[in-house]
Design a protein around this ligand. Structure first.
Ligand SMILES: [Zn+2]
Length: 377
């Protein structure tokens, strides 16, 4: 009987202690926040000691305008006629010379922390708890402030923002192919199909007329088809604003005619700068056309089939550099040429391994990319 009672007592003690341990451990977990009036203070190092929220004194002092004096082994805070003193050798806190029954101030790893509840109460703040959000908020009654419910929304927005979502996602890459349609267009199209990569093609009007079925095939494969002018001839394209717009409109109209899909994106031959004049620029905007230059130039046209490695390298270097600069939408310039068909599988392989996503041009989600820096294009 006696033995049994002892066993029960020990069991109860164990349950109590482990139970308490769990509660304490649970309370230490997760991110915590301290609110002041209607905002969350950007204090990183928030600790819970025996169920009490403590923050570095130097941090909270800044926000509450608390003058701190460190002298003779003591740290003193003076505010609203009160004097709170922490003795560094005894670890005791006094308020106006009176010993405080608990430790509102504590030194952890050589840094002084103060109880938020304590400093708030002693300096005339109201205290509010948001248990579910691990937040303690302090405010002065005489100041305008949000309601409990409203502030809860602030905490929610803040805690979502804290999660590193956008930084982990790699950039979108838009592969673009100029100068088709021709025999190499179909090879590139097949490679893209094999890797399930969407892309954007800028076709020449005069070649579309001779290769209607290629235009249809590319469009049916799900790629976006834009205009790269009718002739690619510098003298015609840039001869006057009238010929410029005729070259561009001729291309998009042909795309629509052949594919049954609307097209409003152009890539002007040789890039927009410095060839496109302000008048040409305006005429594009007036017709509701969009214009893409590029972020990364593969320079593929410079190389032979045997030098296709260099094309891959140019894309790798260009994309890496663009991504490092923070670009989340990277447009890569390629051409429907023999050497490019050889480089393309390796380019896609590398981009996929690096974790980039592929997109074709999305008219409803237009990305502005023109050397003229025109936000309307
Ligand atoms: Zn071109």
């Amino acid at each position: 009987m006696k033995k049994w009672t002892w066993a029960l007592c020990i069991a109860i003690i164990i349950i109590l202690f482990t139970g308490m341990g769990n509660v304490e451990a649970a309370s230490e977990k997760g991110k915590r926040y301290v609110g002041l009036h209607d905002r969350i203070l950007p204090i990183e190092d928030i600790r819970v000691v025996d169920g009490d929220t403590k923050v570095p004194l130097k941090d909270i002092a800044k926000y509450l305008y608390l003058p701190i004096e460190v002298k003779d082994g003591e740290t003193t805070i003076r505010k609203r006629g009160k004097e709170i003193t922490y003795n560094h050798s005894t670890g005791a806190t006094t308020l106006d010379g009176v010993d405080q029954p608990w430790q509102p101030l504590a030194s952890i790893n050589g840094q002084l922390y103060i109880s938020v509840k304590y400093i708030a109460r002693e300096t005339g703040f109201q205290i509010e708890y948001f248990q579910e959000h691990h937040t303690i908020r302090i405010y002065r009654e005489e100041f305008n402030h949000m309601s409990h419910k409203e502030f809860e929304k602030v905490i929610k927005a803040y805690s979502v923002e804290q999660q590193p979502v956008s930084t982990t996602k790699k950039a979108n890459v838009y592969l673009t192919f100029d100068d088709g349609p021709n025999q190499y267009t179909l090879i590139n199209n097949t490679t893209l199909e094999k890797y399930k990569v969407p892309a954007t093609f800028f076709f020449l009007g005069n070649q579309m007329k001779q290769n209607e079925s290629i235009v249809k095939t590319v469009s049916e494969s799900g790629h976006y088809v834009g205009s790269h002018s009718m002739t690619h001839n510098k003298a015609y394209v840039y001869g006057s604003t009238e010929s410029f717009i005729a070259e561009m409109m001729g291309g998009v109209e042909l795309v629509e005619q052949l594919t049954g899909k609307t097209s409003n994106l152009v890539r002007v031959p040789y890039g927009s700068k410095p060839l496109v004049t302000p008048s040409m620029q305006k005429s594009l905007v007036d017709r509701g056309l969009k214009m893409w230059d590029w972020d990364v130039d593969s320079n593929d046209w410079r190389y032979t089939n045997e030098q296709s490695d260099q094309i891959v390298k140019n894309v790798q270097e260009g994309v890496t550099k663009a991504a490092k600069s923070g670009d989340k939408e990277i447009i890569v310039l390629l051409h429907d040429r023999s050497q490019t068909t050889i480089a393309l599988p390796r380019i896609i392989d590398w981009l996929q391994k690096e974790g980039y996503s592929f997109k074709s041009y999305e008219p409803d989600n237009h990305i502005i990319q023109n050397f003229l820096r025109d936000p309307h294009l």
